[in-house]
Design a binder for this molecule. Structure first.
Ligand SMILES: Nc1ncnc2c1ncn2[C@@H]1O[C@H](COP(=O)(O)OP(=O)(O)OP(=O)(O)O)[C@@H](O)[C@H]1O
Length: 552
């Protein structure tokens, strides 16, 4: 429901004098967003930037990062600048804010010149009404926009610069975007304005890189817990099951019509498993890079619209895979055509709202949806093969329960799968070394990352604790509240692990079967794992193409 915002002018004089203390900030939160109180580190981040100090804020997906810059925008007169990697993401937030009556805008080439002019006029005025201005990193890098920003700052109206998805600046993160590097000069160009860097990437190296690259000055570093209390973690042992396909089928059937993602390592497994599940009455489809664009697109559309409940996918699913890049490219073409048409029309002195604008935005929104980030009711994420690292397990299983309702992460562990992954990782490492004379890169530690993953499956003790400790979090034993199999049924898990030890020793006696080794080599040859390689090797920088370069 639309209601008028409660910015500073609605606060009492005493509240203003206290420079927006906690009570006043909570009031802003309740009035504008309807949330009863701040979550996690939100309040600390907000208070820090309001005091003018830089802040690095690490929160898990869905943790509420946007509130950390939206509330400061309401608490002080002036403008908060938000840098975001995708126009679709900006548009989404701006629309939601406007619905709440909050003055937010974004600048991009998808807008009409008329709208852009209006925004610029507002920014140039002595008292801009805009509270939040969303822009892309490319726009920041243009001299025209930087001069404008300096002018706004000169008038004392720039309160905060928020860098959303800040891990994109780091080449250590898997979402590195070259355009984010352009933000390095921000601190030198605009001084005395706090910078707030926000990310959900927990890797310490990325954190350091972000702080150094943005040149943050004595930032307050806030790390929220990465615990996802609504996710139940469980491992099942393939070597102890009669039929893993049948077991998964039972799991999905007993969950009713629940929405699920099943991750497999190989495309053939996706196809076989999906066929098996389908034959057993489960509404599902396979999704992997071996399928043509049209088919993949329709699988995703069907899943997003709940026409199918289960997607059996390779790791490309829910990530910036080929489909996403394809959509971004189409979008870029539309934007270019749109801008050109618009310029010609403007030169002719006509006024027109070409439908291309709507189309371009629709395509971007679709690309945004195709990131897999908008289905919040995923109840089960199953790893049918062991993931390559705890981070992969966390990020992928984290797609479950984004609506905060009880959900499951189920991993099927098999000794053959482990050997296969070790083989693949060793090949990946030598491939990397050969291809780029690469200096030390993330693959260097891939085997030790994987060993932690194996310990998650083969070791005893709380699964949740292991996940969180892999991110450097100190966890108390009571945290899990019996929401993993090892805490809920410790005796049963101990029994399974003993049986597994016996199974492993049989395997070791037989050695890593030649058949498995050669089938892994064949699979690599046939590009069965291309998603796996692409994940590490591709810098998905295409998003910069859709950004604005209009430095007006
Ligand atoms: N203090 C709060 N109390 C309750 N809900 C909140 C609070 N803060 C944010 N939320 C809600 O949590 C959800 C996630 O918020 P937001 O989109 O800002 O998260 P995020 O950390 O940016 O997530 P992502 O990494 O997916 O972009 C939103 O629906 C938001 O309204």
């Amino acid at each position: 429901m639309k209601k008028s915002p409660l910015p500073v002018q609605n606060l009492t004089c005493r509240e203003k004098q206290r420079n927006c203390g906690k009570e006043a900030l909570v009031k802003l939160l309740r009035w504008n967003f309807g949330h009863p109180d701040f979550r996690g580190n939100q309040l600390e981040a907000i208070e820090t930037v309001l005091l003018g100090r830089d802040c690095f804020c690490l929160m898990p997906t869905g943790g509420g990062k946007s509130m950390c810059y939206q509330i400061p925008a309401l608490a002080k007169k002036g403008i908060v600048l938000v840098i975001s990697p995708l126009i679709a993401l900006m548009e989404n937030q701006v629309t939601a804010l406007k619905e709440k009556g909050i003055a937010a805008e974004f600048l991009s080439s998808t807008q009409t010149s008329q709208l852009k002019n209006k925004i610029h006029e507002d920014l140039d005025s002595g008292q801009p009404s805009i509270r939040l201005l969303y822009v892309t990193p490319e726009l920041i890098a243009t001299s025209g926009f930087m001069s404008k920003l300096k002018r706004i700052h000169g008038r004392g109206l720039l309160n905060l610069i928020a860098v959303d998805e800040a891990h994109c600046i780091s080449s250590w993160g898997h979402d590195f975007r070259p355009s984010y590097r352009k933000l390095s000069s921000l601190r030198n160009q605009i001084q005395d304005v706090p910078i707030l860097a926000l990310t959900a990437t927990a890797v310490p190296k990325v954190q350091k890189d972000v702080i150094d690259s943005l040149n943050l000055q004595n930032p307050l570093v806030l790390r929220s817990s990465f615990n996802r209390p609504n996710i139940y973690y469980e491992v099942r042992y393939k070597d102890l099951l009669d039929d893993t396909y049948a077991d998964l089928c039972d799991v999905l059937k007993s969950a009713g019509d629940a929405c699920a993602i099943v991750y497999c390592l190989e495309r053939t497994t996706c196809d076989d498993l999906s066929t098996h599940l389908y034959k057993n009455g489960i509404s599902c489809a396979a999704y992997h890079a071996g399928l043509n664009n049209k088919l993949r697109s329709s699988v995703l559309d069907d899943w997003i619209c709940s026409k199918i409940q289960v997607v059996v996918a390779t790791v490309a699913f829910g990530k910036s895979g080929h489909i996403f890049v394809f959509h971004v490219l189409v979008c870029f073409i539309f934007e270019t055509v749109y801008s050109t048409v618009q310029t010609i029309i403007a030169k002719l002195g006509c006024k027109l709202e070409p439908p291309a604008k709507k189309l371009a935005i629709d395509i971007q929104r679709k690309a945004f949806l195709k990131l897999g980030i908008d289905r919040k009711d995923v109840r089960i994420v199953c790893h049918f093969n062991i993931p390559k690292s705890m981070e992969a397990l966390y990020q992928e299983s984290g797609r479950a329960g984004r609506d905060q309702l009880p959900s499951r992460s189920l991993l099927y562990y098999g000794v053959d799968d482990r050997k296969r992954m070790e083989f693949i990782l060793s090949i990946a490492e030598s491939k990397k070394l050969q291809s780029s004379n690469s200096q030390q890169g993330p693959s260097k530690k891939s085997m030790s990352d994987f060993n932690l993953m194996v310990e998650y499956c083969e070791g005893s003790g709380c699964r949740r604790k292991k996940i969180l400790e892999s991110f450097g979090e100190q966890v108390s034993a009571s945290l899990c509240k019996k929401s993993c199999d090892a805490c809920k049924n410790p005796h049963l898990v101990t029994k399974y692990l003993e049986e597994l030890t016996t199974a492993i020793s049989v395997h070791q006696r037989n050695g890593f079967s030649k058949v498995l080794m050669s089938s892994s080599a064949d699979a690599i040859e046939n590009e069965q794992f291309s998603e796996f390689w692409n994940h590490d090797d591709e810098a998905s920088g295409s998003e910069e193409d859709i950004s604005d370069s209009d430095g007006k």
